[in-house]
Ligand binder design. Structure first.
Ligand code: PLP
Length: 457
């Protein structure tokens, strides 16, 4: 068995976080909970306060105590070009100094950004910009309901589509309270949402075509849309079974139901054309955010003329003071132009594969069962024999229930590697990550796994 000394090998000499502790104490007296989002609340572990950051550069971040980390959190995914990417930063400074931040009137950057999304994302013939992924999803739901004249929306258990009332349901319900596996009940993900919103949702298990087929066939005249993350990015990057998305596409088309891909995570992350390009499945409506702005706050909702013409003709309202502002659309223009350069996704995928292989090799050498999920530069590790295929398998498996992945995350944090907390999140890789970053991460992960092994024993 590994010794304590061996496991400690790569711990930063003294992992001090007292500055974060102090800042959290101060922040709590004015900022609710000391954080700006529930997703940043105190993660489990020995540090009962969140880490406060000083700065980032490329693939690295520094906290207020001077600890340096290789960053795989990447601001929950958006920073696909890393922190402060020079070309994007220069473009943004230039826009702010020479043009402005927002006009709420037309300008060239918004149609240039729109043209880029139309050019790269197969389902997007017309697009509108929003300020976040949540807004993009809310718009998508309205567009689908407006275009079909129907109310019900099918959503899958364990997916996340932002925190809007009509859709923030059955995100991570307690399995015991969520009904039968083949007929899950709608469980509000927070207090404060009226029950009536849940009545407009039909919750389904993901990756189960037979159940979905029955639902769509029997309730087709009520259903406006099926919304899905094409890869379950909010359940640790679970993949669709081979052919599943194609068949969902065929079924929705057959029954005249719109298909929405929520590509807030996967769009411009798993490839220039997102998961829809990767799997060769074209939905009717797509939501985008995160990577399209590479760190600047922007979302987008786009789709076919059949749907978007209702928006273009103002039969369906989409509004917003900041929609399409110069910061958003300037960021999209610069970020997407950089991502479209030859070889970008090949390199991101190679880095992801290198990390996966290294993590699995380390686990295997230590005799710890492990599998990885995700695609290219989004991945997750599960310390169990088999990858889950849906939310319930994930939520009931030992990697999650015994907090095995969480132990790895904590071990990595004190060794200078920052992950987004939680088994149901992802490791994200940016163009700024180097092979050296990946190899260092694998070494530190091996050391953290030695500790994990001791805990499992
Ligand atoms: N949809 C998906 C798939 C997401 O992962 C998220 C956020 O993580 C959202 C929607 C909401 O996006 P935002 O946090 O920008 O509101």
């Amino acid at each position: 068995m590994a010794t304590e000394a061996e496991a400690k090998r790569s711990v930063t000499t003294e992992y001090v976080t007292s500055g974060s502790k102090r800042m959290h104490e101060r922040a709590r007296s004015s900022l609710a909970g000391g954080v700006a989002s529930v997703a940043r609340a105190i993660p489990p572990g020995p540090w009962p306060y969140p880490i406060y950051l000083d700065r980032g550069e490329g693939s690295h971040i520094w906290d207020v105590d001077g600890n340096e980390y290789i960053d795989y959190n990447l601001a929950h995914g958006p920073l696909i070009l890393g922190h402060r990417p020079p070309e994007l930063t220069a473009a943004m400074v230039d826009i702010l100094q020479t043009r402005g931040s927002t006009f709420a009137l037309g300008h060239d950057l918004e149609y240039l950004a729109a043209e880029q999304l139309v050019a790269h994302v197969p389902s997007v013939e017309l697009v509108r910009f929003t300020n976040s992924g949540t807004e993009a999803v809310l718009a998508a739901l309205r567009f689908a309901r407006g275009a079909t004249g129907r109310n019900k929306v099918v959503r899958f258990e364990g997916h996340y589509h932002g925190w809007g009332d009509p859709i923030h349901w059955s995100h991570r319900p307690l399995v015991a309270a969520a009904g039968l596996a083949h007929a899950p009940r709608a469980v509000a993900a927070t207090n404060g949402i009226p029950e009536s919103y849940g009545a407009e949702l039909i919750i389904q298990p993901w990756n189960d075509l037979a159940v979905l087929e029955r639902t769509l066939r029997t309730r087709q005249h009520e259903i406006a849309a099926v919304i899905t993350e094409p890869i379950m990015g909010n359940c640790g990057g679970l993949l669709p079974a081979p052919g599943y998305l194609q068949q969902v596409r065929e079924l929705t088309a057959k029954y005249g139901i719109l298909l929405i891909f929520d590509e807030v995570i996967t769009g411009f992350r798993v490839g220039l054309s997102g998961a829809q390009g990767l799997f060769g499945v074209t939905p009717d409506i797509t939501t985008l955010a995160k990577a399209i702005g590479a760190g600047y706050p922007v979302g987008a909702v786009g789709g076919t003329h059949k749907v978007m013409d209702f928006v273009a003709s103002h039969q369906i309202t989409h509004a917003g003071t900041y929609n399409g502002n110069l910061v958003q659309t300037g960021a999209v223009n610069s970020a997407v132009a950089q991502l479209a350069r030859p070889g970008v996704y090949e390199r991101l995928t190679a880095l992801g594969d290198r990390l996966r292989a290294g993590l699995l090799k380390a686990a295997s050498e230590l005799g710890i069962p492990a599998v990885t999920t995700g695609v290219g530069p989004m991945l997750q590790i599960w310390f169990q024999e088999k990858a889950p295929t849906n939310y319930r398998e994930a939520a009931l498996g030992p990697s999650y229930t015994q907090g095995r992945q969480e132990l790895l995350r904590q071990g990595l944090q004190k060794r200078g590697v920052m992950l987004l907390a939680g088994q149901f999140s992802n490791w994200y890789i940016s163009t700024a990550h180097s092979e050296q970053d990946i190899d260092t991460t694998i070494d530190r992960s091996r050391d953290a796994m030695i500790e994990l092994k001791d805990r499992l024993a």
